[in-house]
Design a protein. Structure first.
Length: 69
């Protein structure tokens, strides 16, 4: 199992409470915030989101949806 992480960083466990209170940070989160695109779509200011369902969900949004089900 250790061989899987020789060329990449191991996964970061998610902390339920830290996500809910907004204090959870991981390298992947930081990397995606600095990335110029989210889910393959440009995050530029010229992009108009017409419907609430068309926006990219944050980690907290995903957790809130998971809990509500």
């Amino acid at each position: 199992m250790a061989d899987m992480w020789k060329s990449r960083s191991p996964p970061t466990p998610l902390d339920f409470d830290a996500i809910l209170d907004g204090t959870f940070h991981s390298q992947d989160n930081i990397r995606s915030l600095n990335d110029s695109s989210v889910n393959g779509h440009s995050s530029g200011s010229n992009q108009t989101i017409l419907l609430k369902d068309q926006r990219a969900l944050t980690l907290k949004d995903n957790l809130d949806l998971f809990i509500s089900r």
